[in-house]
Design a protein around this ligand. Structure first.
Ligand SMILES: [Zn+2]
Length: 57
């Protein structure tokens, strides 16, 4: 099953997408539209790994 990442609203600081955090927690802790480059180092690493696995599957 391919992982679908909805990045249309950007990313959360913890490496999830904004949409994922909003769905899990009611709202995301970040403003919409954050790019991977805007995240802290840990979040960038997770986000890039997830993008990599999503692209392969
Ligand atoms: Zn968040």
């Amino acid at each position: 099953m391919a992982e679908h990442l909805d990045t249309s609203k950007g990313w959360c600081c913890d490496g999830r997408t904004w949409t994922e955090h909003a769905e899990a927690g009611g709202k995301c802790c970040q403003p919409q539209g954050k790019q991977i480059a805007d995240l802290p180092a840990e979040g960038q690493k997770k986000a890039r790994e997830r993008m990599g696995s999503a692209a392969k599957s």
